[in-house]
Design a protein around this ligand. Sequence first.
Ligand code: ZN
Length: 192
Amino acid sequence: MSEIVAKEIIYCEVCSYPPEYCEFGVSFKRCKEWLLEAHPDLYEKLYSDDALASKVSTLSVEREEKISQDLAKKQLKEEAKQERELQKKLASKVLIKRIERNRRKHIISISGLEVFNIDMKKLSKTFASKFATGASVIKNAEKKEEILVQGDVSDEAKDYIEKLLEEKGLNGVEVEQIDEKKKKKPTTPVVA
Ligand SMILES: [Zn+2]
């Protein structure tokens, strides 16, 4: 004679879900306390370190997938952003103004470089030593940095800047030279 044992279905007395689903309820902490008391074996099966560890690894696979999807999205966004920035750079213009101070003295002002991530201080120093003259970085009326170089070096500065932009893969950028005859009030240098 064999005894037929009906398979016992356990429902949580706290939240009434099967214990596997307690974590989706609002009383998970109390559910666990109840389960530990009422069905320690099942508690062990669900919440032992081993059980939790295998659960964590499943979760982390899902998380990894989510993360890589997010990453792919971010990368697309970043690529679009870089493309926009490149277009902005290509559409920008560098302006080299040749300003006549008196009949023999000239100064040039270089503006429009700020979008190209060029270190203005360094470039100013390069010009100073390359042309053996004074050069400084100033903030212009639009609060943008400009390089002032003493001397009639507009052509040389243009060549140098074009080379610099070319090295950054920005050969399409226009470097315009203009002559300004009128004497202008000198701007205050902020960086020597
Ligand atoms: Zn429960």
